[in-house]
Design a protein around this ligand. Sequence first.
Ligand code: NAD
Ligand code: GLY
Length: 370
Amino acid sequence: MSIPSSDTTACVYIALDDRSYDIRIAPGVLDAPASWQGLPRGASAVVVTNETVAPLYLERCRQQLRAHYARVDAVVLPDGEQHKDWDSLNRIVDHLLATAADRKTVLVALGGGVIGDLTGFAAAIYMRGVPFVQVPTTLLAQVDSSVGGKTAINHPRGKNMIGAFYQPARVIADLDTLDSLPARELSAGLAEVIKYGPIADPDFLLWIEANLDALLARDKAALAHAVKRSCEIKAWVVGQDERESGLRAILNFGHTFGHAIETGLGYGEWLHGEAVGCGMVLASELSVRLGLMPPDFVTRMQRLVARAGLPVLAPRLGLDRYLALMRVDKKSESGEIRFVLIDGLGRATMRGAPDELVAQVLAAHSESKA
Ligand code: NAD
Ligand code: GLY
């Protein structure tokens, strides 16, 4: 498929009628006044962030916002996937009500995917919807979670099970914020970069393979291309299927196994990107066992995922537990688990698989018992 690309601009446009917006991608965009111009008007803005990100970037963000809003507050949440829950959501809503935030109050999500998903969901439900801006500060959030309007919190029984589709007014992705990201988190973000290759763009997969060392070394030019191309592919998908009635599910390659790993181990044990990395290896194996891909595809994916610093062996939760967890996945229909599989490089499909085949896949790619 031919997905538009431009080498001259660091701005990717999400075309969704009256919900369209820009993703501004470059080093330094957080501190550039132009990044903040033209946002929805209102008397106040509330930055939602966490205890790790606040000392790094909150003041700089507030400084830019003060040029546009008379009042700029902050809600600083505890850090971690285990806090993507009702409690954190309540803390945001409590703050908004306690400060008499109105319908024009703009929420600003400053942080990774956890903060982005939580803030977006709060924006979707507060007074039935207030504007929000995404300022993603992890690679994962810059290439995926800040774009496309999926917002959610987790439930102990299932990942992202409570949420809404709600688009931001803008995404401001400052590549310089990736300098402070721990190496493990950078690797987690690479999982979502890698996924775009097999599902949509074989040339991008080749590019990632050739430039992985530069990405791991945080080379800005390499990161800029990875973030931009990922966002272009996501924009292309979301522009056609905003609410996941079909095509958008391809963005969940590796996520059916991955979400089961995250929920099964307890949120925060494995990072989301780590679970997705391993999940892509399992989904690749399933694609091969269903005859959709040649066997060397698994080797190729396994090698790339491992090179990115991500796990390739699944934790031993037991087949029954995996199946039970995967049945709660949002793609399941009438209790049938549906996997995103690769059906020719650059093309994804969604289908079910017999339990015996899933068992074989897990047996072939699980951690040893010891
Ligand atoms: P995260 O939000 O937990 O951030 C990872 C860690 O990095 C956290 O400890 C955070 O405090 C820290 N951090 C953030 N920015 C930093 C920086 N610049 N410097 C230093 N530390 C920094 O995790 P994530 O990987 O960004 O996001 C994962 C979440 O995103 C999951 O909940 C997942 O379900 C969700 N997600 C959503 C979508 C979507 O479409 N909405 C897509 C993919 C993933
Ligand atoms: N991250 C999957 C999606 O946005 O659809």
